[in-house]
Design a protein around this ligand. Structure first.
Ligand SMILES: Cc1cc2nc3c(=O)[nH]c(=O)nc-3n(C[C@H](O)[C@H](O)[C@H](O)COP(=O)(O)OP(=O)(O)OC[C@H]3O[C@@H](n4cnc5c(N)ncnc54)[C@H](O)[C@@H]3O)c2cc1C
Length: 295
């Protein structure tokens, strides 16, 4: 097995162009497991760890540019106020050791339906910056997941960064696992309220061949909030609306029975998580509105 260690982004792109089957390795928390268990034996490993810019982030006025290799620990420690959904999801990944090494670029590279970053990324409406020697393109997150553990990257492309809108409202993430830590999601749910556009976005993990949004649920809730004047009056969302939202989230899932849980349990759990996370985000929104009015 050849081990390439480019010292710059340009060198990495050139190496990937020359060896399109080379497997990039960032934190290695997925790649090394696959190699150690002999699930994968690549001819070439492309180590991205000498490329400093992949570990950097920039907080702009409207957007956060997150380098592909920024670790979950750094997201939790530094970006909670601007990316609360992703920070909460990061907190549920594995253990401190894995969170120190692993990052969102690796989660996207794997594109496992169970990856914890995906529901938060879908709910935020981010874009993935990918590049090759041919140039750079931005892939909307809705177009990134193309099949079971398959993403929209061409063989010569690498993920450079993720561009996430700064949170303009409350965001939540919830995950069901068979224990409290070091656990692959049985299913997971992310929600982001976007008061600036009066929209709601969601993300579902581990309950379909790819991470998905619950679009009918989003549209239903946005319409109900608009019709009831809830964004302005800050009233409690009626239980019937929350119930319908939860049912639509459950209905969006396309889960399977497997060792981690049954399809029917996953559907049920998603409905519960949808109702709870909606309650948490809406309470936060109402609290923020009240404080703004009193200030
Ligand atoms: C014990 C253990 C527990 C875990 N628990 C969780 C968990 O709770 N939740 C969860 O979501 N994940 C979990 N994981 C999986 C893993 O930690 C995550 O998927 C993590 O985000 C991978 O990041 P990484 O940097 O280590 O990726 P790597 O292992 O380096 O790479 C992962 C994949 O992405 C590709 N890749 C990496 N960087 C790039 C890039 N810049 N451009 C293109 N492709 C790239 C690689 O080629 C590979 O296919 C766990 C893993 C272990 C070993």
């Amino acid at each position: 097995m050849d081990f390439l260690r480019p010292a710059s982004w340009e060198e990495a792109l050139a190496a990937k162009a020359e060896h399109p089957t080379a497997v990039p390795i960032a934190g290695g928390t997925d790649v090394m497991v696959e190699i150690n268990f002999d699930h994968r034996r690549p001819d070439v490993l492309l180590d991205l760890n000498r490329i400093g810019e992949l570990h950097d982030w920039e907080v702009g006025e409207d957007t956060v540019r997150l380098g592909a290799s920024v670790s979950y620990t750094r997201i939790i420690e530094n970006l909670r106020s601007v990316l609360p959904g992703l920070a909460t999801a990061s907190h549920t990944v594995a253990s401190p050791q894995i969170r120190n090494r692993g990052g969102v670029g690796g989660n996207l590279g794997c594109a496992s339906p169970a990856g914890d970053a995906h529901p938060a990324l879908l709910a935020s409406g981010c874009e993935v910056e990918v590049a090759s020697v041919r140039g750079t393109r931005m892939i909307p997150i809705d177009e990134f997941y193309v099949g079971v553990k398959r993403n929209a990257l061409a063989p010569d492309e690498l993920i450079r960064a993720i561009h996430l809108p700064r949170a303009d409202g409350p965001q939540q993430f919830s995950k069901v696992g068979t224990r409290n830590a070091m656990v692959i999601a049985v299913c997971a749910f992310g929600i982001a309220l976007h008061p600036s556009t009066r929209t709601v976005r969601t993300g579902i993990g581990s309950a379909a061949p790819t991470p998905i949004r619950a679009k009918a649920a989003e549209e239903f809730l946005a319409a109900a909030l608009e019709e009831g004047g809830f964004w302005d009056n800050g009233k409690i969302i009626p239980p019937a609306v929350a119930r319908q939202f939860a049912e639509l989230v459950s209905g969006a899932a396309n889960p399977i029975d497997d060792v981690r849980g049954s399809a029917s349990y996953r559907r049920h759990a998603l409905g519960v998580m949808a109702r709870r996370t909606l309650g948490w985000t809406w309470d936060e929104y109402r609290g923020n509105e009240r404080s703004a009015r009193c200030a």
